[in-house]
Design a protein around this ligand. Structure first.
Ligand code: NAP
Ligand code: HSE
Length: 430
């Protein structure tokens, strides 16, 4: 390698790091022509230097000492693909303070500590790029910060978790139950051994925090987001959704309203003809609406070695271009406003409600009365006999404030003729 190469250091060589190394070495000639210099991986931080990585690498490249990367004056770009917050955040802060540009795929770190990191990057004339932190290989951070920058964005609705989208697709297509779908997602390597962050909606919430902050130019933190996962979704809900011409998806939703930003992750019924309804398996998509552009949708693979590495490599190339031209990247922090995030009680939606009730005269009327008393207007009602004494009722409402819906459900839950409120799912995208 020539000394004209721009030297980078990798923090981590797992799934994503390996993909980055493969792209940088496999496409080295075209990368060099595109940015005007070659890229050389000088050092790689790992835990276990003896592990077989399946790559043709000089063992001397590996280190277990982060200083070999973050304090090496020759290394200009630090690529953080080790994940987690501890000790990663400390390494990234120190790399930025040493004037190195940082590329990261770490949604947890950007969602929770983005503000501080951008300030440090700015103060040290360094780039901090994070395209891979949301939806893996799908270009979405740059489109929001650059291509759509002239718009006033009104909403972002995303399917940003591949594991849960795979599970819901399997439940929809094959009628599988939740546990079956989870086991298959785990056996295919989509869901982690501990799948809590995926099925609980927390992974999607961290991604939404990043997207909403950029879209509305105001910091939205993961703790500001209402989060509900898919653990309560049953095959019965999916079958009813289909009968009503909907499909169930885990949506990450951010909207700008006069009363503030809405930011929520929850399972939703969406109409079968909505563009997001066709996003299946592990695919991700982000539907973005702007005042000038109208509706757009970004679609692709939201995780995996090569798709995620595709985004990381593009960031490395941008950081390299900036370094070679001695400028700071144009996609630094854009949270220049402070807007309130609405409480979930104030959000207005349509709802699907599935109830188990006694099959006798007056029951439907008492339920309708409880809804009406709290200003919840019903759009449709479906009733099915489950046995001689019990019926299952599925109600879809018109748009109503969440607080009113919760008040109505409290009353309905106490009606002697209602044995269970089996599920409540919000309806979006109409
Ligand atoms: P991974 O396969 O677990 O790899 C992590 C790498 O970091 C390993 O090489 C590991 O070393 C190294 N490492 C971890 N902790 C370390 C420490 N304390 N000191 C030194 N080295 C350490 O992770 P990944 O799937 O590539 O994910 C990396 C990042 O990309 C995460 O932030 C993740 O959220 C993000 N991301 C991943 C995907 C995906 O599809 N995988 C998609 C989008 C974003 P050893 O190999 O020696 O154990
Ligand atoms: N666990 C995530 C998903 C991938 O299933 O989409 C990494 O962000």
């Amino acid at each position: 390698m020539s000394d004209d190469n721009l030297k980078i250091g990798l923090l981590g060589l797992g799934t994503v790091g390996r993909g980055v190394y493969r792209i940088i070495t496999g496409n080295s000639e075209s990368i060099k022509r595109k940015i005007g210099a070659g890229i050389e991986v000088k050092r790689i931080l790992v835990r276990d230097t003896a592990k077989d990585r399946g790559l043709d690498l000089n063992p001397a490249v590996f280190t277990t000492n982060p200083e070999d990367i973050i304090s090496d004056p020759e290394i200009r770009i630090v690529v953080e693909v080790m994940g987690g917050l501890e000790p990663t955040l400390d390494y990234v802060v120190r790399a930025l303070k040493n004037g190195k540009s940082v590329v990261t795929a770490n949604k947890d770190m950007i969602a929770s500590h983005g503000k501080m990191l951008f300030e440090i990057a700015e103060a040290n004339n360094a780039d901090l790029l994070f395209e891979a932190s949301v939806a893996g290989g799908i270009p979405i951070i740059r489109p929001l910060k650059q291509c759509l920058a002239g718009n006033r964005l009104s909403q972002i609705i995303g399917i940003v978790n591949g594991t849960t989208n795979y599970m819901l697709t399997k439940m929809t297509r094959e009628g599988s139950d939740f546990n079956e779908a989870l086991q298959e997602a785990q056996s295919l390597g989509y869901a982690e051994a501990d799948p809590t962050a995926d099925i609980g909606g927390f992974d999607a919430a961290r991604k939404l925090a990043i997207l909403a902050s950029i879209a509305f130019n105001s910091r939205v933190l993961p703790d500001d987001i209402y989060v509900e996962g898919i653990t309560k979704i049953t095959a019965a809900d999916i079958a009813y959704a289909s009968e009503l011409n909907y499909i169930v998806k885990l949506l990450a939703i951010a909207k700008e309203t006069e009363a503030g930003i809405e930011a929520r992750v929850h399972p939703s019924l969406i109409p079968l003809d909505h563009p997001l309804a066709a996003v299946n398996d592990v695919y991700n998509a982000i539907y973005v609406s702007g005042d000038a552009v109208g509706d757009t949708m970004f679609y692709g693979r939201g995780a995996g070695e090569m798709p995620t590495a595709s985004a990381v490599t593009a960031d490395i190339m941008d950081a390299a271009r900036d370094l070679l031209r001695n400028v700071q990247g144009i996609i630094s922090c854009t949270c220049f406003e402070e807007k309130p995030v609405k409480s979930m009680q104030e959000v207005a939606c349509k709802y699907y409600v599935r109830l188990q009730v006694a099959d006798k005269p007056g029951v439907l009327a008492s339920i309708a009365y409880a809804f009406g008393d709290k200003d919840v207007s019903l759009a449709s009602v479906l009733q099915k006999q489950t046995d001689l004494a019990t019926a299952e009722i599925v109600v879809v409402t018109h748009t109503v404030r969440e607080g009113n819906m919760q008040d109505a459900l409290k009353i309905i839950n106490h009606l002697s003729s209602v044995s269970a409120v089996s599920n409540v799912i919000r309806v979006e995208g109409e």
